[in-house]
Write a protein that binds this ligand. Structure first.
Ligand SMILES: NC(=O)c1ccc[n+]([C@@H]2O[C@H](COP(=O)([O-])OP(=O)(O)OC[C@H]3O[C@@H](n4cnc5c(N)ncnc54)[C@H](OP(=O)(O)O)[C@@H]3O)[C@@H](O)[C@H]2O)c1
Length: 249
């Protein structure tokens, strides 16, 4: 028996770094995995790497109609949802003076509003024993320059883990948060950064991480699977940092 045999799992942003790693790990452990994202091509690539039981559905978490139709597709296809990994998100860096209203809306729309309504719309498909894992960031709990909007969005996600955990405990649905530190994923390229800038940034940041390195998406995936599994049956409202010690010392 594998931990997720027969389970239906949705990973939003399952076509990206951490989401795709988690989706592959859930599938390896027996789950039927649905991945969502905005890009059809990268969704198809993710599905090919996850395996024959996976399905990719185009849905922008910033659009409530897309979230509703994603959940309607899952209902029609699988009838229910056992695990939600609300992972889709984006980063924007810049000093406060450079942040535009559009920057604010783009980040908050995906990272906070999108995540919130993903959970809301998933809940009618989830029953007793369901597990929700929210992807925040170590940025939620440390002060980092040029990251105010992103960090605020992730601090709100951390708060949602607590409040929704408390709200859903009576329905026997657990809600937990993962807070990754800097992880090797395409997130910096998705911000429009060029490879030399990304290498420089990674070199600079790594010196400030107690373990002196970026993490790997698989290292976050392992934490996600733990929180989503019955091994974490007495864990809800918690935050698990996977950050090489960055937010803890
Ligand atoms: N990498 C890190 O250092 C790090 C650290 C802490 C937390 N995180 C968090 O981890 C999560 C995953 O990031 P990642 O590092 O794996 O980056 P990534 O490779 O860029 O993946 C982000 C994923 O989110 C999806 N996405 C973005 N906006 C979306 C939207 N509006 N609707 C639906 N899907 C959307 C992207 O797919 P489409 O482009 O197809 O939509 C992509 O699959 C994010 O929430 C991020 O904030 C990352």
């Amino acid at each position: 028996m594998s931990r997720f045999d027969g389970k239906i799992v949705l990973v939003t942003g399952g076509n990206g770094g951490i989401g795709a790693a988690a989706a592959r790990a859930f599938a390896r452990e027996g789950a039927e995995v649905i991945v969502s994202g905005r890009n059809r091509q990268t969704l198809d690539e993710a599905v090919a790497s996850i395996g024959s039981k996976a399905v990719g559905i185009v849905a922008d978490v910033g659009k409530l109609a897309d979230i509703e139709s994603l959940m309607a597709s899952i209902k029609a296809r699988s009838g229910r949802l056992d695990v939600l990994f609300a992972n889709a998100g984006i980063t924007r860096f810049g000093p406060i003076g450079s942040v535009t209203e559009a920057d604010w809306d783009t980040v908050m729309n995906a990272n906070l509003k999108g995540l919130y309504f993903t959970v809301q719309q998933a809940l009618p498909l989830m029953g007793k024993g369901g597990a929700i894992v929210l992807n925040a960031s170590v940025a939620a709990s440390i002060g980092a320059p040029d990251s105010s909007v992103y960090s605020a969005s992730k601090a709100a996600v951390r708060s949602l883990g607590r409040s929704l955990g408390a709200e859903l405990v009576g329905r026997d649905i657990r809600v937990n948060v993962v807070s990754p530190g800097p992880i090797h994923t395409p997130i910096f390229a998705a911000m429009g950064m060029k490879p030399p800038e990304i290498s420089q940034l990674k070199e600079n940041w790594a010196t400030g991480i107690p373990m002196k390195r970026f993490g790997h998406a698989d290292e976050v995936a392992r934490a996600v699977l733990f929180l989503a599994s019955s091994e974490a049956s007495y864990v809800t409202g918690a935050n698990l940092t996977i950050d090489g010690g960055l937010g803890n010392f």
